[in-house]
Design a protein around this ligand. Structure first.
Ligand code: HAM
Length: 428
């Protein structure tokens, strides 16, 4: 059958039947379960914010000159409101923090999230227009311990999933003044080479010189290697903070590379910035990124600075990396019990039985009674049912069903009334 409609390019369906982990719901559930478990261990509580946000929140939060805001937003106007499909969740979390006065709760706010984000990027492997992020934000935390903790949380999640080959790069961006000084130095450095730069980098030189550091063009990369290093423009307090973060990472044997040109693509960072890369992902190898953003609250209109730090990670890239690493996925069963009916009389009996078993907490599916026993048993195997209850005309007449253990192949007659308890003691 030819489908009239297909999902939009850069978006995709997640199905129970897909062979690829990144599109298979069971793989997502497994990964989400491990993430939730780790969030609990780190005492992060869940926040869910709307998918739609005010456009100016993202423009002011992420940065007017950033690629996300200039090129990648799904934005529209309805009535007098300018909406954007959120491209990330840090600015929305800060909005919620300020809107609900979460600072009035004692201590720092430790929040985690999981959900879809939207960026109008050119789709390719590992890069989508609708993708999913999970991440954490610690708001109201000035301590370098918080920076080290979010890095460790991301790595612990990867470790718990059995992902190997991740690498961590870190840097410090200093305070706002450090950045102004650094941008001046960068502009002075690149100015003599302006004519040789690509037109994209020439524009960046005018609007957002830091972005040139992310260039993928080989000739420009060579220039970047010789460019001034951020660390030489960083204020002394930020340097001390950076040293403290690194010392904590050392304490728990987290290895990292210092990357003096790591600036990240979002404008809100101050001090710590980091990225985690995965193996076997090709060009889109950034698994996670994050850092400190002490001035974000003020850029989105608050009179107070809220010191904060966090990370966000791509779900799809994680699933791709796990698959590339050859991780075996835990084989999850779909149902406990398959009710195999043969003939008309079995239908109401099995319907009632299914109802009773579900109330007892078992997962149950009823097979189509017009199909042969063999065909239904095949389906039961495919669904990884642990037990099959077979009811045909004979069983209805005697009030007993055949309970079949699918792994052993053994079977036993059990009266209808006794079946729920029999199955419960047997399966639990
Ligand atoms: P980001 O580096 O823009 O940071 O995104 C985080 C992660 O989201 C990336 O490392 C990547 O795995 C995934 N990602 C981004 N764009 C796409 C895409 N088009 N398709 C698939 N995956 C993608 C942030 O979003 C910041 N909010 C991180 C943060 C949290 N900073 C502080 N707290």
């Amino acid at each position: 059958m030819k489908a009239t409609f297909r999902s939009i390019e850069g978006t995709y369906d997640i199905l129970p039947t897909s062979r690829r982990a990144v599109r298979r719901s069971e793989a997502w559930q497994h990964v989400e379960g491990v993430i939730r478990d780790m969030m609990q261990r780190f005492a992060f509580q869940e926040i869910r914010t709307p998918v739609l946000e005010p456009l100016s929140l993202i423009a002011r939060g992420v940065g007017e000159a950033s690629d996300i805001v200039t090129k990648e937003m799904f934005a529209f106007i309805r009535g007098r409101t300018h909406y954007v499909l959120r491209p990330e969740m840090t600015a929305p979390v800060m909005r919620a923090y300020l809107q609900h006065h979460l600072e009035q709760h004692p201590g720092e706010q430790r929040l985690f999230y999981m959900g879809p984000c939207f960026r109008a990027e050119r789709p390719q492997k590992g890069r989508y227009r609708q993708f999913h992020q999970f991440g954490v934000e610690i708001l109201g935390a000035i301590d370098p311990r918080a920076d080290a903790e979010v890095i460790s949380c991301a790595l612990e999640i990867y470790g718990a999933l059995g992902l190997t080959g991740t690498t961590l790069r870190i840097n410090t961006l200093g305070d706002a003044d450090s950045r102004v000084r650094y941008i001046e130095a960068l502009c002075a450095y690149f100015a003599p080479y302006e004519a040789k730069l690509t037109s994209a980098s020439q524009q960046r030189l005018q609007k957002n010189p830091l972005r040139i550091l992310d260039t993928k063009v080989q000739a420009e990369r060579a220039l970047v290697r010789e460019a001034p290093r951020l660390i030489d423009y960083v204020d002394s307090e930020s340097r001390a903070h950076y040293e403290a973060v690194k010392a904590l990472l050392d304490e728990v044997n987290i290895s990292y590379t210092e990357d003096p040109h790591l600036v990240r693509g979002l404008d809100y960072y101050t001090r710590t910035a980091f990225e985690i890369e995965g193996a076997g992902l090709g060009a889109q190898n950034a698994l996670a990124g994050g850092g400190r953003y002490d001035l974000l609250s003020q850029s989105i209109g608050s009179s107070r600075s809220v010191p904060a730090v966090g990370f966000a990670a791509g779900m799809e890239r994680l699933l791709l990396a796990l698959e590339a690493g050859g991780q075996p996925w835990p084989a999850a069963g779909v149902v406990d019990t398959y009710l195999l009916g043969l003939g008309e009389a079995a239908a109401p009996v099995l319907f009632v039985l299914a109802h009773q078993l579900r109330r007892k907490g078992l997962s149950v599916i009823q097979g189509p009674r017009w199909r042969s026993m063999k065909a239904q048993l095949r389906t039961a195997h495919r669904l990884k049912a642990r037990c099959c209850v077979i009811v045909g005309d004979n069983e209805v007449a005697t009030g007993q069903a055949t309970a079949k253990d699918m792994a052993q192949g053994t079977q036993q007659l059990v009266s209808f009334d006794a079946l729920p308890d029999y199955l419960l003691s047997y399966l639990r």
